[in-house]
Design a protein around this ligand. Structure first.
Ligand code: HEM
Length: 256
């Protein structure tokens, strides 16, 4: 892990140096991606409050670690579930064709993909990419008959709560996107029982971005292919930084 960490830091530093040099040399550079925005805003503020190169590396690192694999495993588990539940795959494809036909997806249409959103919500409930998040108490608190002193670290087990039969019913472990047919608030009956992106002021800032990415991916995929699990697939979810299939997900694509 330490070696991988060093390699990632070094490779990010190299990318940043290259972009900075291009900016200094007056070359045409992308100013609208994350790195472009960070460097542009930093160069304006550098005299007083600017970030050091090290801090820019850390920011890019956070976005990469927090954003890349989480969305990738959401897409993988959704492909697995659409293969296992072909009726949901057909419903999602019908919706995609109804909204876009063979056209490229646009943001207006993506907001109208109700079935696809229900499927993504249910996948995030059953296979939340992040299994838990933590908070450290900054003051003593009392919750019903439980007293917790400041400094205690609390873990919120996303997966366990998403699978809890008391909260979700006897079919809690089953794939039933119809739970979300009237939105998340109705599905949770207003309780805090669904939080794949965390909760409170520090909840995931990439939530809308990642759902948008996943919807674009599935629109383009379902317009072109049917998907099926290969007989080589074994269902073995494992927690390795994120919840992922231990032996990968072998998917067969058939052209429509
Ligand atoms: C399916 C995709 C994703 C899942 C399941 C996910 C989940 C989470 C969770 C559980 C947290 C902790 C929230 C908390 O402590 O309350 C978090 C934080 C964060 N996420 Fe995501 N995330 C996803 C995608 C992304 C993407 C695409 C980005 C960036 C483009 C991103 C950036 C971040 C950042 C920067 C934080 C830290 C926020 C802070 O501490 O203020 N995430 N995410």
């Amino acid at each position: 892990m330490i070696k991988i960490d060093r390699e990632m830091q070094a490779s990010l530093e190299a990318i940043i140096r290259k972009r900075e040099k291009a900016m200094k040399d007056g070359e045409e550079v992308n100013k609208s991606d994350l790195l472009g925005i960070l460097l542009e805003s930093n160069s304006k503020e550098i005299k007083e409050h600017g970030m050091s190169n090290r801090e820019i590396v850390e920011e890019c690192y956070t976005f990469y670690m927090a954003g890349q694999e989480t969305t990738a495993v959401l897409i993988v588990w959704t492909m697995v579930m659409l293969s296992r539940y072909p009726e949901w795959q057909s419903r999602a494809r019908e919706e995609v064709f109804q909204v876009f036909g063979n056209r490229k997806p646009d943001s207006d249409g993506l907001n109208r993909l109700k079935t696809v959103s229900m499927i993504l919500n249910e996948v995030l409930r059953l296979y939340p990419p992040t299994l838990f998040f933590s908070r450290t108490l900054n003051k003593d608190i009392k919750m019903q008959n439980l007293s917790l002193p400041a400094g205690v670290k609390i873990s919120l087990p996303i997966l366990l709560i998403h699978h809890d039969r008391e909260l979700w019913g006897d079919d809690a472990r089953e794939f039933k996107p119809e739970r979300f047919s009237e939105g998340i608030a109705k599905a949770t009956k207003g309780q805090v029982s669904y939080f794949p992106f965390g909760w409170g002021p520090r909840m995931c800032i990439g939530q809308n971005f990642s759902l948008m990415e996943a919807k674009i991916f599935f629109t383009l995929l379902l317009q072109r292919f049917t998907i099926e699990l290969s007989p080589a697939y074994t269902h073995a979810p494992v927690n390795f930084l994120n919840l992922k299939p231990m032996r990968g997900a072998q998917i067969v694509l058939h052209k429509l």
